[in-house]
Design a protein around this ligand. Structure first.
Ligand code: 11C
Length: 336
């Protein structure tokens, strides 16, 4: 069976990747409806060798589609997801709009695909934040075997997480600075070229940023374990695609590096880089790929039950578009 599919935010960075990945993974699309705001409607996107016209989301009849991939921002999802869901379309939402609502499944297929059984609660499924997704793909097998009590994580996040304009800003600032011109930050609170910025999203009352707290909230919901504590520092780095994460875990059971390497060697969605010098980086490994790359696994010599890992993945693909398409693949295989 093939499905009629809407992609809302089709002209944005994640939407464009979504359409590309639907094609690459040969998702059974009968008719594709790329949707955008009236400002972007009327243009075309390419799908399976054909130009498909982008339609205005405001006038779209949602009863024409069985599946909708949403990545046009939280307020757009807040407006259209309930309308689409009411019309019978199952929404896979890539924004943070519905993630923390208890009756909405928040899904990383390698970790908690079973919660998709509840997708009819609201006809809406939430796709987690990119930083959370790659961390949990790597940590789920370890949690099952050793029980994770605490996660300390520092992220090294690429500018594509902040969209097309942020990518343009990194490119433009780099060229301007190399040509001796001054730059004025717009997409970020500081200059991003030749710099790192320890702020992603807004600051919260507890002095963490929202990106950091998302990693805590989402880890507990996806792992189904409110006892796991996540202490994150999220940092933007001048990289175009791919987030890196230095992850330090503490477990209930004693843990050792060789056992974890054995676990991760066969774990779904993971490419393990086992040897000491063979660590993954954004450029050369993760960028453009769908797997989560794990390396630098070593015992934390400062803690009896501690372990360190370095986790890298393409934030636009596995962190957003690929994860959404994988959710849809499980949905149509098991439920629709
Ligand atoms: C970033 N993680 O890298 C963000 C982007 O909650 O879906 C994704 C925000 C989200 O800036």
């Amino acid at each position: 069976r093939a499905f009629d599919v809407a992609v809302l935010g089709a002209t944005g960075l994640v939407g464009q990747h979504m359409i590309e990945i639907l094609e690459q993974r040969d998702f059974p699309v009968n008719k594709l409806y790329p949707l955008a705001s009236s400002r972007s409607a009327g243009g075309t996107v390419s799908f399976k060798g054909k130009d498909v016209t982008v339609l205005d989301a405001d006038t779209f009849d949602w009863s024409q589609v069985q599946l909708g991939f949403f990545s046009a921002g939280g307020s757009v999802s807040a407006k259209f997801a309930p309308i689409a869901a009411e019309a019978g379309c199952v929404v896979i939402d890539n924004t943070s709009q519905f993630r923390y609502e208890p009756d909405i499944p928040l899904v990383v297929p390698e970790v908690n695909a079973h919660v998709l059984a509840d997708f009819r609660n609201r006809n809406i499924i939430a796709n987690p934040n990119c930083s959370t997704i790659q961390m949990l793909v790597a940590l789920k097998p370890i949690h099952d075997a050793f029980g994770i009590s605490r996660i300390n994580v520092c992220t090294y996040q690429s500018v594509s997480g902040a969209g097309k304009s942020a990518m343009e800003e990194l490119a433009r600032q780099t060229a301007d600075l190399l040509s001796g011109r001054e730059v004025t930050p717009k997409a970020f609170s500081r200059q991003i070229a030749f710099n790192v910025i320890p702020q992603i999203d807004v600051f919260m009352d507890n002095d963490y940023t929202k990106e950091e707290m998302k990693m805590h909230w989402e880890t507990q919901k996806i792992m189904g374990d409110d006892s796991i504590m996540v202490n994150a520092t999220a940092v933007r780095v001048p990289v175009f695609y791919g987030h890196g994460e230095a992850v330090h875990i503490e477990t209930h059971q004693p843990i050792d590096a060789e056992a974890v390497k054995e676990l991760l060697a066969d774990a779904p969605g993971i490419t393990l880089m086992r040897e000491r010098e063979d660590f993954p980086t954004q450029v050369g490994n993760a960028s453009g790929k769908d797997e989560v790359f794990v390396g630098r696994i070593r015992k934390d010599y400062t803690h009896p039950n501690g372990l360190n890992l370095w986790v890298v993945s393409d934030n636009v693909r596995k962190g957003a578009a690929t994860n959404s398409v994988q959710i849809a693949e499980v949905l149509i295989r098991d439920y629709m």
